[in-house]
Each structure stands twice: as C-alpha cells, then as structure tokens.
Design a protein around this ligand. Structure first.
Ligand code: KG4
Ligand code: ZN
Length: 337
C-alpha cells in the first residue's frame, strides 16, 4: 500500500509517499522560511496562502517520483497548528480522497514527530521515552505503543525552540534562530555565563524556559551597555545552548529512570541540535534514537508513516479535520493493537 502524507501545520509544506512494502519512496518539502523571515516569525495568513500555492505541484512530484498515479490512502496533519494552514492541507487531502475514492487518516502533528524515527533502518521498539522538542512544544512522553501516550511533563511557559528563536533574535541572528544559534555557539565558551537551569533541582518532570530567556536578555543588555555585545555574542549563544540542553537532558534522564524506560527518542525541530544529541547519547545508559536531520523539523514523511501505522483507523472523507489545539494523550489506541 502507498500512503500519501501531507503536512501543512505551520510554515513547511511537506509531502511524501510511504509504501508498506518498500518504505519511504518519495518526499518533498517547501520551506516558507524566507517569506516569514522579514516579519521575525510566522504570519498565519501568508502561511495558508503559500501552502495553497505549493501543495498540488509537490503532490504531483512525489507521486511521479514514487512511480504511482494515485495513492491507496492519504494521511494529513489535522492539528495542532495554525488552523488556516491545517485547513489547506486537510481540504486538499479530503478532496483528493473523495476523487480517488481512498481512505483518509487525520494525524496528530506531534504523533508524526514521535513516530519519525520509525522511518530509520533501526527503529526503536516500544516502550520508549519521547522527548518532543519543537518551536511550539517541549514534552516528555512515555510511549507504550501506538496511541498509548502518557504525558509525563511539559513546559510551564515557553517551548524550548521558542527560547532558541527568541535568544537568536536578541543576538541579531534572524528567524528561525535554532540552527544559526547552534552555529554561533561553536565558537563560544559555554561556561562564560552562569545561566539558570530552571526546574532541574525539582522532582517534577516539567520544563520552564522563560527564566533562562530573561537571564539571557539581561546579559545581552549588559554587554550592549558595555559596548561588548559583538565580542560576547558567541559566548552568550554557547552558554544559552548549554543551559537549555542541560535542562532537556537532565529532565529526560529523570523521566527515563522514574518510568524504567531503556530507550529515548528525541524528535521535533530542536532534536536537530547536535549538542543535545551528543549529550543525551553520552549521559544516557540506554539507547537513543533520532530521526535523520531532515525529518527532525516538519516534514511529510513522518505524517505518511504515521498514516501507514494508523491505517486501520482510517475514516471517510466527509469532513475536514483541522484543530488548532489537540492534546497528544487524548489519542485513540488502534483497535488492532
Ligand atoms: O518541529 P519544527 O520544525 O516546527 C514546530 O513544530 O515547531 O521545529 C522548529 C523549531 C524552531 O524553534 C527552530 O529554531 C528549532 O526547531 N531548531 C533548532 C535547530 N534546528 C531547528 N533548535 C536548536 N538547534 C537546532 N539545530
Ligand atoms: Zn513540528
């Protein structure tokens, strides 16, 4: 069976074809980053319009690459995300499933991130701990099977990707800031500034990043007032990245120990961070799994494989599903499992 995956929850138009026999056979992505960069963040209306422009040609490309005329099922991101952007992907998926008379599967965006490592040659077995870290989420989830997601901890304020983006903005690095901040940090001293590791000393598995963000802002202002900002930028970036990674790794280790989980999956945009990857692998006794770098950030392949795994739950295309807010631990467990 060939499943077409469609992702349009934010500012990336991602499509892919996953074959239950051949694995991932085609994927394509169009990033809107340049369109939004001038505004310093994603503008929802611009995002929706660009998805509309890009989606159909991208779908035609992946079907051609996969060597098929039509898929056997369509999976699309139904939320959480920007509701207009979701409606474009959902509307297209729904229309095509009616035209092609094939089933439609509505996928939770974070379930897509969580299942992205299943696209790799050595996928994790259940159960595992998932650290889902993106621009909108920072979550620790005990995953005991498909749809069996227990939220162990989340952020009390900013998502970690948001903290990366805001810190990058303070340092004049543009949007999105994560990759640029990581690059700048390479030439900095990560012990130059003593920044807080919020929540690390507490038993809760929740994160908090707003205190870290404020501490960085104060250091930036001070360096600016001293006329030293240019010279200190790399040290600030490195110290921030180290503090954020310490918080993520520290809480993930606490969660794995508490739940007795021997595998950790890191996924979502911040999962592309090389320091996070190396620190987790160095400090965790068990196995750590990641999607390949291209599938850490938003993409259609993770939606296609989630669709393939959930095919038993496929419904009809009579309604378009798009929900801005949707909690991951409210998902159904497939009847087959
Ligand atoms: O998963 P994603 O593409 O979109 C959301 O669902 O939010 O994640 C985007 C986030 C942005 O905040 C971006 O700055 C961050 O992931 N990011 C990184 C890196 N690459 C992307 N953060 C830190 N280091 C990176 N290398
Ligand atoms: Zn995402």
């Amino acid at each position: 069976m060939n499943i077409l995956g469609i992702e349009t929850s934010c500012d990336e138009t991602g499509v892919a074809v996953y074959s239950t026999e051949r694995g991932l056979v085609a994927h394509a992505l169009h990033s809107q980053v340049d369109l939004h960069a001038v505004y310093g963040g994603v503008v929802p209306e611009i995002a929706s319009r660009d998805h509309l422009r890009r989606l159909l040609p991208l779908i035609q490309n992946v079907l051609a690459e996969a060597g098929i005329e039509r898929p056997d099922a369509i999976a699309h991101t139904a939320g959480p995300g920007l509701v207009g952007a979701l409606m474009v992907g959902g509307g297209m998926a729904s229309g095509l499933s009616l035209a092609w008379d094939c089933p439609l599967v509505a996928i939770h965006h974070m379930e897509g991130h969580l299942l992205a490592p299943m696209l790799e040659d050595e996928p994790p077995a259940y159960p595992f701990l998932a650290l889902l870290v993106s621009g909108g989420h920072s979550m620790l989830i005990a995953v005991r099977g498909l749809g069996q997601y227990q939220l162990l901890g989340t952020t009390l304020d900013d998502a970690v990707g948001e903290a990366f983006d805001k810190t990058a903005k303070l340092l004049g690095l543009g949007y999105p800031g994560g990759p640029a901040l990581q690059k700048l940090a390479e030439s900095g001293d990560d012990s130059a500034y003593a920044l807080p590791r919020p929540m690390l000393g507490k038993p809760t598995l929740d994160f908090s990043f707003s205190g870290l963000k404020t501490a960085v802002m104060l250091e930036v202002r001070k360096a600016e007032a001293d006329g030293e900002l240019e010279a200190k930028k790399a040290d600030i970036a490195a110290s921030f990245q180290r503090a954020a990674v310490d918080s993520l790794v520290g809480k993930a280790l606490q969660a794995a120990k508490r739940e007795g989980l021997e595998r950790i999956v890191i996924s979502g945009g911040v999962g592309a961070n090389t320091l996070l990857r190396s620190e987790m692998s160095a400090r965790f006794d068990g196995d750590v799994y990641y999607p390949r770098l291209a599938f850490c950030t938003d993409n259609g392949a993770m939606i296609a494989i989630a669709g393939a795994l959930r095919l038993a739950d496929a419904g009809t295309a009579e309604t378009i599903r798009a929900q801005a807010r949707w909690s991951l631990d409210s998902l159904d467990v497939p009847q087959a499992s």
